[in-house]
Design a protein around this ligand. Structure first.
Ligand SMILES: Nc1ncnc2c1ncn2[C@@H]1O[C@H](COP(=O)(O)OP(=O)(O)OP(=O)(O)O)[C@@H](O)[C@H]1O
Length: 261
């Protein structure tokens, strides 16, 4: 491969960013669901993505993961241009995604679910080779302890509550040691009493596991408490970026939520 080709496949600007999108645009027929959006997530950050219903948040996530092809713009993961890569290859390059619904195997034990996740995750193929089985099992226990579910390793996953299943799913994602974890409404459907715990679990993973996290969230209290920085989309456009405090005091954001644009 020539030097020139190499250069074209790397991020010309944000080498330090785990994720950078440059002018990502996605249209569905006449509707521009994501309009020229730039976002950047640095290593170790927890970044929120908010906006009213239909703002384009999920579509932007889908363009990042390769579930959808952007019509315009580029997506860089760890400085590498992954825009035209298939979804599985982007996942293997270190991008994890946690959906609102869980993908747990209900008939299997919690431990088995975690071990399977380690095998599935792209980065973890290498991990499996590097890690002896014992250490993979130890890792399972460690992650279950993180989310205070250590006692449930031998329980059938289908017997757990929705909130517990979400925590298992979170632990499953961490098994693959992603460079970046995209989370789709982690607080959705979680019992309000458990929300503080969830914030703590995500923070611990961020600090101890160096998990970099980009999350869509409708629960404002939750996202304001957990995020280092927040991006706001409305009608596909990025209308604001800043700390939770800046975002809460941004008139454009208030207007967008009140439908006053
Ligand atoms: N596959 C699709 N085909 C046609 N239109 C779509 C498709 N996916 C999304 N849209 C439209 O694109 C716009 C953005 O949708 P998207 O789901 O990305 O918004 P969102 O911010 O995630 O919304 P919500 O918070 O309600 O989940 C909406 O108007 C939606 O109807």
């Amino acid at each position: 491969m020539s030097k020139a080709t190499d250069a074209a496949e790397t991020d010309p600007q944000g080498e330090r960013a785990v994720l950078r999108t440059d002018g990502v645009t996605k249209r569905f027929g006449g509707l521009t669901a994501v309009d020229d959006v730039d976002v950047e997530v640095q290593n170790g950050e927890i970044v929120g993505l908010i906006g009213p219903n239909g703002a384009g948040k999920s579509t932007l996530f889908n363009c990042i993961t390769g579930t959808l092809n952007a019509d315009e713009g580029r997506v860089y993961l760890q400085g590498q241009d992954v825009t035209d890569w298939p979804e599985y290859k982007i996942a293997r390059a270190g991008l994890g995604r946690m959906f609102q619904e869980t993908r747990i195997f209900g008939d299997m034990t919690v431990r088995k679910n975690l071990l399977l996740a380690a095998q599935e995750g792209g980065a973890s193929v290498g991990n499996l080779l590097r890690r002896p089985d014992d250490s993979l099992l130890a890792r399972t226990e460690e992650l279950l302890d993180y989310v205070d579910l250590g006692g449930l390793a031998d329980t059938r996953a289908g017997r757990l509550s929705f909130g517990q299943q979400k925590l298992i799913e979170f632990a499953m994602e961490l098994m693959a040691e992603p460079d970046l974890l995209l989370m789709d409404e982690p607080a959705g459907g979680i019992n309000p009493a458990m929300l503080e715990n969830l914030i703590q679990y995500i923070r611990t993973a961020n600090e101890d596991e160096e998990a970099t996290i980009f999350l869509i969230e409708h629960n404002m209290d939750f996202v304001m408490e957990i995020a280092d920085r927040i991006y706001v989309l409305a009608h596909g456009e990025r209308i604001a970026e800043g700390t939770p405090e800046e975002i809460q005091n941004d008139q454009r954001v208030l207007d967008a939520y009140l439908g006053r644009e």
